[in-house]
Design a binder for this molecule. Structure first.
Ligand code: C5P
Length: 394
């Protein structure tokens, strides 16, 4: 699916550099061409010979290489690709990129290029979480660099958490999506995510513990398969996944309006933990007084999932979520009927799922069910996105 695509692959200096070899194979297996650039650090982990042999291309390593300068020049090299891909993108490489440093071939190419850049980060969990790296990633994203989220898991250094290089199939999904390819190419998918906030008065509100992580991961995974994704997000502090258009809302009613406005869509995946009730909000701050606490009168919120399922513009595939603390499967089956959707993704939220990093979900259809293995929310999202792609193709 990458026939004719030219990828300039910059291999940074990290233990994950060996996976760049697998990436070269994967790109070439789909017809793409790889021009490799190996940093000094990268060359500590993989040899120029293995890189050149797999890429069937010379490896560029030196900024001041007279032959290369005479034949091509580093400026031309930086512009002769359709995509510049950094794998692994180390904390150091991204910091130098963010600062605009150009003191070796890789950073000079990155500063000189007018080609889209994608970075697949890999580093220790604390390095990824460090405020400096966070700021650098934010700067790069604001400049249009696609920085993939790292995988979560055990690391070479023995620690555990986000920082592992995204696995090669995920990088390939992102590369294909960049070129507008992938099984969801040409499809529009609506995703709702996060909680809603229902105001009580100008300073107080009713909320729930949803972090939005699962919904954001699903939006990102769908985009990575080539879908055009509209993400209607309640109040959360998460970065927008690459390639996703985001509409921020606060209340259930705003979420409903934004979701209906996003139609038509081929699929709708309603992950948001929408507040079931709202309060008749006071325009002024409610004061404490001698009469004791004020009564809160609750009104039912619109059921966005049920409305979308019954809308004249109903997407071909409507997916709902069921967060339950007990009788998970029985409740999911009942919800499937009540809400008129095609698939319910049911999870048990009696543990720390809401706001946590992992999830175990059951997929419940009218005629069967399947349990996905317990995994980080990003992996659950990828598995679900692939299922959605299959269901839309049937
Ligand atoms: O009704 P309940 O909250 O159990 O159903 C959960 C599913 O319904 C989720 O997919 C959620 O996004 C959706 N929902 C909705 N609008 C509501 C309540 C839930 O879209 N008001």
């Amino acid at each position: 699916m990458l026939a004719g695509r030219r990828i300039l692959l910059i291999i940074g200096g990290g233990i994950a550099a060996f996976k760049a070899l697998e990436l070269i194979r994967a790109i070439r297996a789909e017809g793409g061409a790889v021009t490799p650039v190996l940093t000094k650090g990268g060359a500590q982990f993989v040899t120029p010979l293995s890189v050149a042999a797999l890429a069937e291309s010379p490896v560029h390593m030196e900024l001041f290489d007279l032959t290369a300068e005479a034949e091509m020049g580093h400026i031309r090299l930086s512009r002769s690709a359709d995509l510049v891909l950094l794998c692994p993108a180390t904390a150091d490489l991204m910091a130098r990129m963010a600062a605009g440093i150009a003191d070796d071939l890789a950073t000079t190419l990155l500063l000189a290029t007018d080609t889209p850049v994608m970075a697949a980060p890999a580093m220790n969990v604390r390095m990824w979480a460090h405020a400096a790296t966070r700021a650098n990633v934010e700067t790069l994203r604001a400049r249009g660099v696609t920085v993939l989220e790292p995988d979560v898991g055990a690391m070479a250094c023995g620690e555990h958490g986000p920082g592992r290089l995204p696995d090669v199939p995920r990088i390939m999904d992102a590369v294909r999506a960049h070129f507008g390819d992938g099984p969801l190419k040409g499809r529009h998918v609506l995703v709702t995510a996060g909680p809603t906030h229902e105001p009580i008065d100008p300073v107080r509100y009713i909320a729930n513990r949803s972090s939005g992580r699962q919904g954001f991961a699903i939006a990102g995974a769908l985009a990575a398969l080539g879908a055009r994704v509209t993400l209607v997000a309640g109040p959360v502090t998460l970065p927008t996944p690459p390639g996703v258009s985001r509409v921020d809302v606060e209340t259930a009613r705003e979420m409903r309006d934004a979701a209906l406005a996003a139609l038509p869509a081929d699929a709708a995946v309603m992950v948001a933990a929408v507040a079931d009730w709202r309060v008749e909000a006071s325009g002024l701050k409610i004061k404490k007084g001698p009469d004791g606490p004020p009564p809160l009168s609750l009104t039912e919120n619109p059921d966005i999932l049920a409305e979308i399922s019954r809308s004249p513009q109903r997407p071909k595939l409507v997916v709902g979520f069921a967060a339950e603390t007990h009788d998970v499967l029985a409740n999911a089956e009942a919800k499937l009927k009540r809400k008129g959707c095609d698939l319910i993704v049911a999870n048990d939220v009696s543990g720390d799922v809401m706001g946590g990093a992992r999830n175990l979900v059951h997929l419940v259809w009218p005629d069967g069910m399947e349990t996905l293995p317990e995994a980080p929310k990003e992996e659950v999202a990828e598995a679900l996105a692939r299922k959605i792609a299959e269901m839309l193709h049937d």
